[in-house]
Design a protein around this ligand. Structure first.
Ligand code: ATP
Ligand code: MG
Ligand code: MG
Length: 551
């Protein structure tokens, strides 16, 4: 089970409940619908929904839709789908920051009436100069002492669309000398004349994250507002606003360390660039660290939840080895995925002592240790394919596959001995000829000469052709995310290799989309969510059989 268990937030909430500071735990997951969710969001989802679940509370899904330019309905739908797929259900209907715009505007007026906010006409450049630096206090805006009446009038006219974008903002009146830059009269509202996916043309002023977030938490009765560490410095502002407004609740903000993964970028802006520049085929390309991409790659919800559990929750930012994520899915599939045989690089194998019309039904377990998963049928025939890498004319003892004059076991079937090869005009081997050793299904050869190894095979008569996509890491640099745009220089040119003419055993063609398998000796594969059909099978490699990263 993958509950958040013993992290500091769990302890803190347990304490709040024990001391009666809260009666019911309410958390929220607040994505901005400006992209697809990624593995970092999965950490936040597992944490927020997991904590609420652990304490019998509830978790809201709230779209933080205060920046209409980059947001869309497509992203809203994908986020809902991804949260559900991970196995969580939000309390009631999904909520929208935009549905609180009316209330937030009233509260902005309230701050103005109290003399705690003002309309400022400095442009962005001037505002930056007035703001000061970490070592130098800022200076008061020349508009800071406007009367309440003038501020109310200007704010109303901002709302009515009288002014141009960027010409005015509403700011809180706090302290231009505060060592915390977030308290140097932060912006509460800005003018943006763009239609909004939820509110249409209704608003031309939009609240900032800082003005919206805490108030929304209060409206929703959120008790523990959990966010990443970069918001730690915003907490005094979060508290200041709650203290100055007649809000119906008193949420508290807590921070945790965001997830960073090596060999991976986890920033929606950068992921968007990969999509826009067509480096990948979309947000759900199996190489993307998006939840939709991981899903298409063959990750299971359980494996992602298990990963989030393994990495834990702390108050420091670190980099997690992507091998841990790979480990989580490999473990899950090793335990649960049925086995099948696939030949990626086919070489014809003719069994010269098997008649052309021979059809022998063999049975093989679907899973080596899970009897309850039952058996599958394999048809054994004269003509098979094996992987070209599994045959050599000559080899030393370390090569545990088929060699001319030597024996190998065909997985789940007979021991065979190779006796001839057929080559084309260029000298390339196009066919191997071998004899089966009778009575060796599940038995050693009677003559005591044991096979050197085991290889997979598919019957040419009954096997199916498939497209198999071999995915590797999208980046070949450990820290592609470092720096601003360098990540585009670290793309792995071999992140995708498409095998058009693989052979799969017949039963695999009947896979349902998103069903995962171990292709014996090859790795873990999933039937593509969108493109796989029994007539035209398409599989994606989720992960290899073992960690080959060298770590
Ligand atoms: P990005 O930088 O990728 O755009 P974001 O934080 O702006 O991420 P939001 O949609 O605002 O994206 O995030 C929703 C929630 O997910 C926030 O509470 C945020 O803290 C959390 N979150 C985002 N990225 C991570 C991460 N890498 N690790 C943990 N939590 C994250
Ligand atoms: Mg955000
Ligand atoms: Mg962002």
């Amino acid at each position: 089970e993958t509950r958040p268990g013993n992290n500091f937030l769990y302890s803190l909430i347990a304490d709040d409940l024990a001391k009666g500071r809260v009666q019911q735990v309410v958390t929220r997951f607040p994505p901005e619908p400006n992209g697809y969710l990624h593995v970092g969001h999965a950490k936040s989802i597992c944490l927020n929904f997991g904590l609420a679940e652990s304490f019998g509370g509830r978790c809201n899904l709230r779209f933080d839709d205060t920046n209409p330019e980059k947001e869309s309905q497509e992203f809203i739908e994908s986020i809902k789908e991804d949260v559900r797929w991970l196995g969580y259900q939000w309390a009631g209907e999904a909520r929208f920051a935009s549905s609180y715009f009316g209330q937030l505007y009233e509260w902005a007026c309230e701050l103005v009436r109290e003399g705690a906010a003002y309309v400022c006409d400095l442009d962005a450049q001037q505002a930056r100069e007035y703001r000061g630096t970490l070592t130098e206090p800022g200076r008061n805006s020349p508009f800071r002492d406007r009367s309440v009446a003038e501020n109310l009038d200007l704010l109303a006219r901002m709302k009515d669309g009288e002014f141009d974008e960027g010409s005015r903002v509403l700011r809180a009146k706090i302290d231009m000398a505060s060592p915390n830059m977030n308290l140097r009269d932060p912006i509460l509202y800005r003018i943006r004349k763009v239609p909004h996916h939820q509110t249409g043309e209704e608003w031309v002023i939009y609240p900032t994250y800082d003005f919206a977030h805490g108030q929304e938490d209060a409206i929703e009765g959120v008790t523990h507002s959990i966010c990443t560490l970069e918001f730690e410095d915003h907490r005094p502002l979060y508290d200041w606003l709650l203290a100055h407004l007649p809000v119906p609740g008193r949420p508290r903000q807590y921070e945790f360390g965001r997830l960073n993964l090596n060999y991976t970028v986890t920033s929606k802006r950068k992921l968007r660039q990969l999509v826009d520049d067509a480096v990948v085929e979309g947000w759900d390309d199996p190489r993307m660290p998006t939840i939709a991409g991981m899903r298409r790659r063959g990750f299971t919800p359980a494996s992602i939840r298990c990963f989030c559990d393994m990495i834990g929750v702390t108050r420091s930012d670190g980099v997690v080895d992507v091998a841990m994520l790979e480990h989580a899915i490999r473990d899950d599939l090793n335990e649960n995925a049925p086995r099948g045989m696939c030949v990626l690089n086919p070489l014809r194998l003719v069994l010269t002592n098997v008649p052309a019309d021979h059809r022998e039904q063999l049975v093989a377990p679907r899973h080596p240790s899970r009897e309850e998963l039952g058996n599958r049928e394999l048809t054994f025939t004269r003509e098979l394919v094996i992987d070209a890498d599994d045959f050599r004319e000559e080899a030393n003892k370390k090569y545990k596959r088929l060699v001319l004059g030597k024996r190998v076991r065909l997985r789940n079937a007979y021991v065979i001995e190779a006796h001839d090869v057929v080559k084309d005009a260029t000298g390339k081997i196009i066919e191997v000829q071998a004899r089966i050793i009778p009575d060796t299904v599940g038995e050693d050869p009677a003559d005591g000469i044991k096979p050197k190894g085991v290889i997979q095979w598919v019957s040419v008569a009954t096997g199916k052709r498939a497209t198999v996509r071999l995915y590797n890491r999208l980046f070949n640099h450990e820290a592609p995310d470092r720096g601003d745009n360098a990540f585009m220089d670290f793309l792995n040119p071999e992140s995708l290799q498409v095998v058009e003419d693989a052979w799969i055993e017949a039963a695999l063609a009947e896979a349902v989309p998103e069903q995962g398998f171990q292709f014996e000796r090859e790795g873990y594969f999933v039937a593509d969510r969108y493109q796989h059909t029994p007539e035209r099978p398409v599989f994606n490699r989720t992960i290899g059989l073992r960690d080959t990263s060298g770590a």
